[in-house]
Design a protein around this ligand. Structure first.
Ligand code: F6R
Length: 242
């Protein structure tokens, strides 16, 4: 793992965006794995600026998002589809046909998950996957105790995740209890991984991810086994490691 400690959230966002931009420049047909949540918003802002400045091009990029709430349709303002459109897709020239996000309204979950995996494989796998990390150590929505072998699947969200994500909803009761998520194995197949974490409430989890035992109780600890992971932290998230 390469660990980069940025001064603050802004610098973290710039460093993450630069790594992604470098990948897009090296390979304009990059299969890009994307994350939602609060942490990547700054990264997407920098990418949009770089696009507007003519530095990067999304025309041939194929994107795969990590996850989507189950039972929420893409028009819903809480859906990750909506989030991605608002923060990135509608601001750059990505081809809508190249955007892939699990369908939270699918009727046949198993088929949706298998098709998602097949599509990732069919496109040649993910070149670079952007990740955040949950307070409980989840990546994607792989909650503690899930086997590392999991591929894309339906997840029961942890109480801690529901609590953490309630900040995006009017009330905690509105937070979906399930999501479709790439599995740890899907994520581990990515050629490169960039994980970003910001804020003091991630400091313990980040420490355990890097130095703790490799254990499905902390799903992100699986990343210790990946050959190309860059972790970008702000000083608060790095508080326990520095
Ligand atoms: C989002 C995702 C989650 C988040 C994590 C951190 O697609 O897969 O793993 O990255 O919950 O969320 P924030 O950034 O809101 O702290």
């Amino acid at each position: 793992m390469r660990i980069i400690v940025a001064k603050n959230y802004e610098e973290l966002s710039t460093k993450a965006a630069h790594l992604i931009a470098g990948q897009l420049i090296m390979n304009p047909e990059t299969r890009l794995g994307l994350a939602t949540g609060a942490t990547p918003i700054g990264t997407y802002k920098v990418l949009v600026k770089m696009y507007n400045d003519g530095l990067i091009d999304f025309k041939k990029i194929v994107s795969f998002n990590l996850d989507e709430y189950y039972g929420i349709d893409s028009e819903n303002a809480q859906s990750y589809y909506y989030f991605m459109n608002k923060n990135l897709f509608e601001k750059v020239n990505i081809d809508k046909n190249n955007i892939n996000i699990p369908n939270g309204m699918c009727e046949d979950i198993e088929k949706e998950c298998n098709d998602y995996e097949a599509k990732i494989r069919g496109k040649g796998g993910i070149d670079l996957q952007l990740l955040g990390i949950g307070r409980n150590g989840h990546i994607g929505f792989n909650e503690p105790d899930l086997k590392f072998e999991a591929m894309t699947h339906l997840v029961d969200l942890d109480d801690d995740t529901i609590d953490a994500n309630s900040r995006f909803f009017d009330s905690i009761d509105e937070v979906p209890k399930k999501a479709i998520s790439m599995g740890i194995k899907t994520i581990m197949h990515s050629k490169k991984i960039v994980l970003i974490a910001s804020g003091i409430d991630k400091a313990d989890t980040v420490y355990d991810m890097i130095f703790g035992p490799i254990n499905p109780n902390l799903p992100a600890s699986a990343l210790q086994l990946h050959k190309d992971v860059t972790v970008i932290l702000d000083e608060d998230a790095a508080r326990k490691i520095s």
